[in-house]
Design a protein around this ligand. Structure first.
Ligand code: UTP
Length: 306
């Protein structure tokens, strides 16, 4: 697939989706079902990400998967027999749902043989990029960042400031140890968003050592230089090759890195504690299930004395 001739030079062609993690926080479900296929109401998380990538205008979804997680890619294939059955039974709504993932974007499979870390997973995607791609977006399928469109804003910030732009949220200070945390200063930015310049980045620091409470949240717009930095880092937190360390290396070498502070909603689908509220949130907005769910939730809350 090629971009139209008049596409701007900054256009993001490829969205990298690292999905080769073991999903241990979601066991036992993830013994056989990849967490990216767990449904948010009725749609797997990976399809929501594909929708966001298509919305951005990307044409290629580079999905990093483990050898035993190939079902994630299967979700994007055509299912001719199922489609024929639904068609013959006049089930047009269901037919559209079956076809949707296939029509959104071109998925490309990249296999990570061993879970050596997010940085390692991202580094593997370089092999599927075209020579003229000077920027890539990374979307972590665990994170839903709402409303859709935050990477479009990050593209605008990159147009003005260059370099790489990351999405950040503010979390309570005692929660920082779960995240990649930014050391920040004021940015020389003139525009509608809250943007800060990043001086450094540290993966999962202790609460005492955390440089701020601004943390990375699953959306990255990275200059192609990231792949060179990924080749030069060594295993960090948890013995894994960390994307955070490669970004920190780029900053040390003078590459401009900024954060866009997201002021909308965010759900963490990577563990049951974040997944359940996400499903409730999407369920309450659902045209079919919303009304009943609201009633059911009121009753459940009452039963729990809340
Ligand atoms: P996480 O650490 O949150 O995911 O990685 P995980 O390893 O699947 O989760 P737990 O801790 O075992 O429950 C963040 C993202 O990076 C991907 C994951 O799939 C997830 O989308 N990842 C992580 C890889 O693709 N490869 C890796 O080696 C590690």
């Amino acid at each position: 697939m090629t971009l139209p001739q008049d596409a701007p030079a900054h256009a993001v062609k490829t969205v990298i989706v690292p999905a080769a993690g073991m999903g241990t926080r979601f066991l036992p479900a993830t013994k056989t079902v990849p967490k990216e296929l767990l449904p948010v109401v009725d749609t797997p998380g990976i399809e929501l990400i594909a929708e966001e990538a298509a919305h951005l205008g990307a044409t290629r979804l580079a999905v990093i998967t483990a050898p035993k997680k190939q079902e994630v890619l299967e979700h994007f294939k055509r299912f001719p027999e199922l489609e024929a059955t639904l068609e013959s039974r006049g089930k047009t709504e269901q037919l559209e749902k079956v076809r949707r993932a296939n029509q959104l974007i071109q998925p490309v499979s990249v296999v990570q043989e061993e879970p050596l870390g997010l940085g390692h997973a991202v580094s593997l995607a370089e092999s599927v990029l075209d020579d003229d791609e000077d920027v890539v977006a990374i979307m972590l399928p665990d994170d839903l960042v709402l409303p859709m469109g935050v990477v479009e804003k990050m593209v605008e910030v990159r147009e003005q400031l260059g370099g790489s732009v990351l999405c950040a949220v503010e979390v309570p200070e005692d929660e920082v140890y779960n995240y990649g945390v930014f050391e920040i200063e004021d940015a020389d930015y003139d525009g509608p968003y809250t943007v800060k310049k990043v001086k450094g980045m540290v993966e999962k620091p202790s609460v005492e050592d955390a440089p701020s409470n601004f943390v990375a949240t699953g959306r990255y717009l990275l200059d192609r230089k990231i792949f060179d930095a990924l080749r030069r880092i060594t295993p960090g937190a948890g013995g894994e090759l960390q994307l955070t360390d490669a970004i920190d290396l780029l900053i040390d070498e003078g590459h401009p890195v900024h954060i866009l502070v997201h002021d909308g909603k965010r759900h963490d689908l990577g563990n049951p504690g974040g997944y359940i509220p996400a499903v409730v949130d999407f369920g309450l907005s659902h045209p079919v299930y919303g009304k009943h769910l609201k009633r059911a939730l009121r009753q459940i809350l009452e039963e729990h004395g809340a």
